[in-house]
Every structure is written in C-alpha cells, then in structure tokens.
Ligand binder design. Structure first.
Ligand code: NAD
Ligand code: FE2
Length: 389
C-alpha cells in the first residue's frame, strides 16, 4: 500500500432496535447546554407516534422543542431557504434533531450550518464552501437509503437549472447518529425498494470508484453483503426486524463508503432525471445501475467480481467477466422483484430530451471524475436510451 488516505466520520453511532429511546440519555454527547432544539421531521413520523415520544424525552429534561415538518421531499434550494427563514432561524436552536429520510436529514444538516454561517445557501453549494462549524446535530434516518446520516453531503434541487447539486463539507457531519430499525418497519414497499437500491448503488459505485481505497472498500463490501442478504426480505416481509436492521446498517456503511470514495456515473446520470422529470433519487439510480455497470464492465471486471462474490451470486472460480455479468443480472432480477420502473417514458422522458440530459449529466464532474471509464456525451445518451425501450 503506497497511497495515503484520509477518512473522516461522525463521532457517535448508536444502532439497534428501540435505540431511539436512548436519545434523551445520550444528549450529553452534544457537549452543549440545551435549552431549545429544532426537531426536523415528516408527517409519517406523527402518524406513527414517533414525534410525540421524542417530544416527551425533551420535555422530561426541560428542553423546548420546535417541530418542523414542512421540508419538501427532495427539497429545492428555495424550500430550504424559506423554512430556515420562517421556522428555524427565529427559534435560534441550540441543536437540531432530524428524524426522517434523506430529504429531512439533508435539510437539517443545511440548517445547522446556515445558523452559524452568514452566507446565502447558494454560495455554500459545492465543495468546502462552509467556513464555520454548524450547530450540533442528531440524525436519525427512517429510510435505509441515502446514508446521509454519516456523509458530509447535502443535496438540493435547483428547479430553474433542472438539476440537483450538493453542499459538501466536513461541517455537515453530525455529532450523534441513532440507527433504530423499528423506525423503518413502516416504510411503504416502493420506498423500501427504491431507497434500498440507492444504498446498494452507493456501495457498488464507491467500490469501483477511481477513489476507492482500503477504508472505503471495507465499508462498501460489508454494505453490499448486508443489502444483498436483506433487500428482498425487507420488501416482501416489511416487519422483519432482521432484514430492516441489516438494511439500515448496510445503508449507513454505504454512506461511509461514499464518504471515502464518492459515487460515480450512476448518480451523475440520475441527477437530471430528478431535477427535470422528478424521478425519485432511488428509482433513478436503480434504473440506471445495471446499464452503467454493463458499460463499465471492461474497466473494472475484477472489482465487479469481488462485489458479485460478496453478494453471493458468483463463485471464486468464475472468470472476472462471468462473475461481473452475474452481478449485473442479479441487479436486473432485484429491480424486477422490487417492481422498480424500467421505462423512462413513464416519467414523460422522450428521445428528444436525451441530448440535453446528457449535457446536464456530463456537468456533474464531481461524480463523473470517480467513474472508472470516461463517458462521452454519446455514451450517456446511449445509456439513457436503454431506458426508452
Ligand atoms: N446526503 C447524502 O449523502 C445523500 C445521498 C443520497 C441521496 N441524498 C438525497 O436524499 C433524498 C432522498 O432521500 P430518501 O431516499 O431517504 O427519501 P425521502 O427522504 O425523500 O423520503 C421519501 C418518502 O418516504 C417517506 N418516509 C420516510 N421514512 C418513512 C418511514 N419510516 N415510514 C413511512 N414513510 C417514510 C417520506 O415521508 C417521503 O414521502 C434526495 O434528495 C437525495 O438527493 C442525499
Ligand atoms: Fe444516492
């Protein structure tokens, strides 16, 4: 090993069924006196009684809670700015608690640094533009997908530019992460499927990334093993705490993998689908994943074989190409079992949109640079075209 790698992550991770009940007792880990906090969450958590339980934990400790549940799904920059201005800033919280999917976690991460940086959000977009550490955060994911709870990224949609774009900063890492699989039992099937495939995509893309390294590989491989062994069960038996627990851990490991190595062309090609055609993040990635991996195959067959073996779909005795082919076949099988759409026409994408989408995807250079094979505009169009049968 000759290269030097730097891996930075969160300070505290608590994992296990029922672990949300420990939130109140673990608040000392934030190392700051708490008089008032903002709880960022979503409607589904009210229905499940989760927000009441959290509020009770704070009330017992004399901490005021201001609850926010108006962050959009896959929020726009404008939505984040408005919620911040109207609901977060006036309350001046000492800390933020986020309980929800990637949309909610990303919003809370942005609010935390917007409270301590007097800079318009637009100027924080990009890599390392955040000057000051944010307010302390506790992040509690309720989807097994983005891994946002452990990544230094937060993604916003820019509708005018029909694109999604990230803020990337070490200041977006929370102080405490709570992984409670019981919170994910209520995930609807379609969201279990799409977010689970997003998590798998994080790990596979990190594993074949040009920035892959021994640290990211460890998390990527374990993530793929866990997800391959649980995604179908989580979908077919939503109450399986074993499958839900493995998915949540696998998704968190996926976040660690992508923190170390980055995602690549699948995520870059997914952004215009989300920004312009409102294909949800997980669905866009799941649709693109097998096609982009087939394109990449000749540049990373040995790595795809290792991924196939860890997922239990290929044998050590298989050639690299055969094993890689089996992995791609398995991804197609998963997307069929999980009922993930396969045709972009369902989202009103037509041939005439492809050239513009290819230009938009090619501009996501932060991610394209991680892909093991360079994609021309024509290659990108061909890949989108596979989804217009
Ligand atoms: N920060 C990162 O590192 C990172 C990585 C990948 C994706 N993202 C971003 O995260 C967002 C997507 O997040 P997501 O895929 O987790 O979905 P999401 O947060 O958009 O949630 C999807 C839906 O699931 C519902 N939901 C969530 N948890 C539930 C539960 N336990 N029970 C019932 N319903 C529940 C939500 O209310 C919502 O309707 C996108 O904006 C994407 O770009 C961020
Ligand atoms: Fe993703």
């Amino acid at each position: 090993m000759t290269a030097i790698h730097h891996f930075q992550t969160v300070k505290n991770i608590i994992h296990g069924p029922g672990s949300l009940e420990q939130l109140g007792d673990k608040l000392y880990l934030l190392d700051t006196p708490l008089k008032q906090v903002v709880l960022v969450t979503q409607n589904a958590m009210h229905r499940l009684g989760v927000t009441d339980k959290i509020k009770a934990q704070f009330a017992r400790r004399g901490i005021a809670v201001h609850m926010i549940d108006n962050v959009e799904i896959e929020p726009t920059l404008e939505n984040i700015e408005r919620v911040f201005r109207e609901d977060v800033a006036p309350f001046a919280p000492d800390a933020l608690i986020a309980v929800g999917g990637g949309s909610v976690l990303d919003a809370a991460k942005l609010f935390a640094v917007m409270l301590t940086n007097d800079t318009p959000l637009k100027e924080l977009l990009g890599i390392d533009k955040v000057s000051n550490p944010g307010k302390p955060m506790v992040l509690v994911p309720t989807t097994s997908g983005t891994g946002s709870e452990v990544t230094p990224n937060a993604i916003v949609t820019l509708p005018d530019e029909e694109l999604k774009i990230g803020v990337v900063s070490r200041h977006l890492l929370p102080t405490l992460v709570i992984l409670d699989p019981l919170l994910t039992l209520s995930l609807p099937k379609a969201i279990t499927a799409a977010t689970g495939m997003d998590a798998f995509t994080h790990s596979l893309e990190s594993f074949i990334s040009t920035k892959a390294n021994p640290l990211s590989d460890t998390f990527a491989l374990e993530s793929m093993r866990l997800i391959a062994g649980s995604i179908v069960e989580a979908y077919q038996q939503p109450d399986s705490v074993r499958a839900r627990g493995d998915m949540l851990l696998g998704s968190m490991y996926g976040g660690l993998a992508l923190t170390g190595a980055g995602t690549a062309a699948v995520h870059a090609l997914a952004y215009p689908l989300g920004g312009k055609f409102h294909v949800t993040h997980g669905v866009a990635n799941a649709m693109l994943l097998p096609h982009v991996m087939a394109f990449n195959l000749d540049s990373c067959a040995a790595r795809l074989k290792r991924a196939a073996c860890v997922c239990g779909v290929a044998l050590e005795s298989d050639s690299d190409e055969v094993a890689a082919g089996k992995l791609i076949e398995q991804i197609h099988t998963w997307t069929a079992i999980l009922n993930i759409p396969q045709n972009l026409r369902e989202f009103n994408v037509a041939e005439e949109h492809l050239a513009e989408m290819a230009v938009a995807a090619s501009k996501v250079t932060r991610l394209m640079a991680n892909n093991p094979k360079v994609l021309s505009l024509d290659d990108i169009q061909q890949l989108y075209r596979r989804l217009l049968p």
